[in-house]
Write a protein that binds this ligand. Structure first.
Ligand code: GAR
Length: 204
């Protein structure tokens, strides 16, 4: 590990349990990084509360606060610049990241998806919808995927996946809980891998 802590922004829309799992791994020094800002499209949510309780600046940034989409995108890029953010971590962020941000952070935006991509990804496939679709398809297993973000929903390079069984009698909610527990283990492992590979490729 180098001495440099990678500067992270986390984008969230909800409970933020993945954010918490990552933050815990950083505190335990399993990942050499730090969260500088938490950005949410919502004015309040679990992730925002958690960020503030832990001294991480949390800001709401939603499209409807700006006169047009370009201004929204500019504001997002400005915030990332002010905090000198190196990687963006999507942790239950239910909005599409603007293309200009994806372009500025090519291969430096990470997402976790609650299914085994490329299955059960794409527009509209988020949160409980994903687990409903997995059960409706009669799958015997599901899981989580950490991937890099590009301009298309859930399509970027896959970093790591972890499987969980679908059990008889599962509802979308019981499956969601099993997948979420797996996400909390997978996301820190995947982020550590990404940052180690990045450091290795930067080495002389
Ligand atoms: C997680 O299951 C995450 O994979 C999913 O939302 C949940 C957020 O939980 N993300 C998506 O569906 C994005 N397409 P959290 O707020 O407790 O981390």
């Amino acid at each position: 590990m180098t001495d440099h802590k990678t500067r992270l922004a986390v984008f969230c829309s909800g409970t933020g349990s993945n954010f918490k799992a990552l933050h815990r791994s950083i505190a335990e020094k399993k990942i050499n990084a730090e969260f500088l800002i938490c950005l949410s499209n919502r004015s309040t949510c679990g992730a925002i509360h958690y960020a503030r309780e832990n001294g991480i600046p949390a800001i709401q940034m939603a499209e409807n606060q700006y006169s047009d989409y370009d201004s929204f995108t500019e504001a997002m890029l400005d915030a990332l610049k002010i905090y000198r953010i190196e990687y963006i971590i999507l942790a239950g962020y239910m909005r599409k990241v603007p293309d200009a941000v994806v372009d500025a952070y090519r291969e430096r935006i990470v997402n976790i998806h609650p299914a085994l991509l490329p299955k059960f990804g794409g527009e509209g496939m988020y949160g409980i919808n994903v687990h409903k679709a997995v059960l409706a398809a009669g799958e015997s297993e599901s899981g989580a995927t950490v991937h890099m973000v590009d301009e298309e929903y859930d399509r970027g390079r896959i970093v790591l996946q972890q499987k969980v069984p679908v059990l008889p009698g599962d509802t979308p909610e019981t499956l969601a809980l099993r997948v979420l527990a797996c996400e909390h283990e997978l996301y820190p492992r995947a982020l550590r891998k990404i940052l180690e590979e990045m450091n290795a490729s930067d080495a002389p």
